[in-house]
Structures are given as structure tokens and as C-alpha cells.
Write a protein that binds this ligand. Sequence first.
Ligand SMILES: [Zn+2]
Length: 236
Amino acid sequence: MKKTFWIRLALAGIIVSAAAAAALAGAVNKTPGMAVFIDRPTRGGHILILDPGHGGADGGAVSVTNTPESRINLDIALRARELASFFGVDTVMTRESEDIAYPDSAGTIRAKKVWDTKGRTELVNSVDNAFLISIHQNKFTSAKPSGSQVFYAPTEKSREAADIFQSKLLALAPGNRQNATQIPDSVYIMNHVDCPAVLIECGFISNIVEAKKLEDPEYQTALAATIVGAYLECVS
Ligand SMILES: [Zn+2]
């Protein structure tokens, strides 16, 4: 991780949740000049699974500035991973790049998507005490809507978690939706995982002002910090 990232992070004016601050109170820092490390095991014994939506043959939606949603999702998720590790949270990523190595048997785009979605779901369900955060961007036919929207899986603790994520994200990206919503049946991964799971539509890439923000590294860092802060509050 480059030093400039952390400088930008500081400049982004991160507001770490009270829970995160409380977590830090129990931190161990025996090496002068080094970052603070948190005791293992991680918060509540959970493993954070970050799922940057889409990727590979599936770019997701395309922003008004012609950026694939998959790229923005990945950028935010990678920043969230770095921040989470700073707080001693163990993370697993469902993908770490825009490229996905598909098997030869997945010949069509649809087959590739099905293979990838099922693989991500199996990965989540293979991790004990997982907590899934799936990261996406919204798109609408009108350029007007903006703001974040959080969905929850039909699993235990997901709704309560989603409400925390929604309230924190609204401070950064206010929108029309004040409350988290249950995920539609059509989203496979969110309806087939066993663990607490939220899906975050960080903002609207159909809105030119918000699309530009969502592609800005500093705003991505602020989003990642908000997401990690909400996660820490959920699992503390
Ligand atoms: Zn998406």
C-alpha cells in the first residue's frame, strides 16, 4: 500500500465509528513508529467477505462517463480491504482484479456469469462466520436519482446490519431511500448465502455528478471508510 493512499485517507476526513474507536482502545502497539495492530481474532470472530459485483465478461452497468460498474466496485472494495486490515479485520475477496479465469466449459457470457456467481456463493458459504458485503453501483433510466441504497439478505442479522450501513452511507451519499430494503429474489448470491449479508449500491452512475464522484479515488476511500466503519459497528 502506497504511503500516498494513507495521506489521501487522512485528507478524506474519515469519521471512524464509535465502535471502531472503542475497538482501537483495546489495541496493542508495542513497536514505536508502527501502525496500531488489533488483537486477533477479528471482530466477533467474523471474516469479512468483500464482493466487488460483476467483473470479467460481466462489466455490469456502464456509467455516463463510460466506466464499467465492475471497475468502480473493485476500486472501492480494494480500498475497503486495506482499511479493514488496518483495523485487524480478516477479509476474503471474491475477486481481486477485473479479469476472471473461466473454465473452458463456460462458453457464453451467460454461462460465465452463472459459473462465477455460483463460485462466489460457494466461496462465501465455505467460510465460517462470514459476513458478506457485496458492492455495486446503481443505474436508472433518468439521470436524476442519486445516493446510496442498501439491501439485506433474508438471513439472520442482515436487516439490522443493513440499517446501520444505510444510515451511515446516507450521511455521505444522501438519496431518496431512508431505509434498507430486502434484496429482490433475482439476485442469486444474496439469496443463496447462509451468513449475514448486505448489498450496497453506493450511488448512481447514471447521474453525472455522482458518477464523477464514484470514480474519484478520494471519494472511493471515503465510501470504503464508511463501509468499514459500519461493518465494525455491526460485528463489535
Ligand atoms: Zn451491479
